[in-house]
Write a protein that binds this ligand. Structure first.
Ligand SMILES: CC(=O)CC(=O)SCCNC(=O)CCNC(=O)[C@H](O)C(C)(C)COP(=O)(O)OP(=O)(O)OC[C@H]1O[C@@H](n2cnc3c(N)ncnc32)[C@H](O)[C@@H]1OP(=O)(O)O
Ligand SMILES: NC(=O)C1=CN([C@@H]2O[C@H](COP(=O)(O)OP(=O)(O)OC[C@H]3O[C@@H](n4cnc5c(N)ncnc54)[C@H](OP(=O)(O)O)[C@@H]3O)[C@@H](O)[C@H]2O)C=CC1
Length: 283
């Protein structure tokens, strides 16, 4: 099967970025979210990104228009019938993902590959919600998607070699570098990154330093492009908390306990950049 049409489910920051790079690589794209308003917001942020590239002379105006032509909006899950590959990028909650995958399995053609952009949840468990675990795979993009080169590819226990190879080929077509990792909580990226972010939050919680100081130390001292608290706000504090909970539960080790301050911020609705407030204020 040749993959031509990709449906992206979830038009938040990751879903919009994934839809953008897929359309830029020549795929026909359908972008879906529960809420049509969010899809239109996603499309307008993609258009802004493309316009910036035109201004920087990295794209011509006509290339930009062709990319936009390849982007279609959807507010009905029935559209999965048209897709060869589905990339799910909704909230990082197992019960929400498995309920969606059950529906996708019923609606999509039997050849369609179901990929998830989960940042930490077990692929095998998501796959087990379907009757096609051999055609389910993890395709973990990094944020911001148009900029970051990595895609972690995670096989579930039953993922077929054919599906792995197709996803590796799509990743290369997107001009990204695939890295294969095994299905363990947080994979490689978030098993290493998120405990560092959580520890940075503990240093604020314990009064060791202000957020600005923690970020300066890691930027100037370790040459990180963003300090860990700026990065946490950028990723989304809800997503950071869900990832820490997955690590904590998955390994049963208290070294992964989420910092109480992280929980408090999420309960307050301080989700970082996307809600306007996190460790810093935006607007
Ligand atoms: C949680 C998970 O499951 C996994 C994850 O994704 S963890 C998060 C991984 N990501 C990171 O660690 C990002 C760390 N930060 C960085 O690498 C950099 O700060 C950054 C790339 C985001 C911005 O880089 P910068 O040099 O500070 O800023 P800037 O010069 O404005 O941007 C560099 C380029 O990125 C582009 N860019 C920046 N932010 C962007 C965004 N949100 N969307 C698209 N493009 C963006 C800019 O347009 C610019 O492009 P050109 O080179 O074409 O001009
Ligand atoms: N943020 C990051 O840096 C990274 C995140 N990821 C992963 O990507 C996924 C999405 O994260 P991100 O884009 O940051 O999150 P966002 O909160 O920005 O976007 C999630 C979107 O999914 C929508 N949504 C929720 N449930 C459903 C559903 N059942 N059907 C359709 N759409 C739904 C949400 O709508 P509403 O707001 O109305 O609920 C929202 O628009 C998560 O699994 C996350 O772990 C992976 C790599 C990096």
């Amino acid at each position: 099967m040749t993959i031509q049409k990709i449906m992206v489910i979830g038009a938040g920051q990751m879903g919009s970025g994934i839809a953008q790079v897929c359309a830029m690589a020549g795929f026909e794209v359908i972008l879906h979210d529960l809420n049509e308003e969010i899809v239109h917001k996603g499309i307008s942020s993609i258009k802004k990104q493309l316009q910036k590239q035109v201004e920087k002379e990295k794209l011509t105006n006509s290339e930009k228009e062709e990319i936009i032509q390849r982007l279609n909006v959807s507010s009905t899950l029935d559209d999965v019938k048209k897709a060869d590959l589905i990339i799910e990028a909704i909230i990082e909650k197992m019960e929400v993902k498995t309920s969606l995958f059950e529906k996708l399995d019923q609606l999509a053609s039997e050849k369609t590959i179901l990929a998830t952009n989960t940042s930490s949840l077990p692929i095998t468990e998501i796959a087990a919600a379907t009757a096609r675990p051999d055609r389910v795979i993890g395709m973990h993009f990094m944020n911001p998607v148009p900029v970051m080169k990595l895609v972690e590819i995670i096989r579930g226990l039953a993922t077929s070699d054919e599906v792995y190879e197709q996803i590796e080929a799509v990743t290369r077509k997107l001009n990204k570098t695939p890295v294969e990792v095994q299905d363990f909580p947080g994979f490689v990226s978030n098993r290493i990154l998120m405990p560092m972010i959580n520890e940075a939050i503990f240093t604020v919680y314990e009064g060791v330093a202000e957020p600005e100081a923690v970020d300066e130390v890691m930027k100037l001292g370790m040459n990180h492009p963003m300090g860990p608290l700026t990065l946490a706000d950028f990723i989304g504090l809800d997503t950071c908390l869900y990832i820490m909970e997955t690590l904590h539960e998955g390994f049963g080790d208290d070294k992964y306990r989420p910092c109480p301050l992280l929980r408090k911020y999420v309960k307050a609705g301080w989700l970082g950049r996307k809600s306007g407030r996190g460790f810093y204020q935006y607007s």
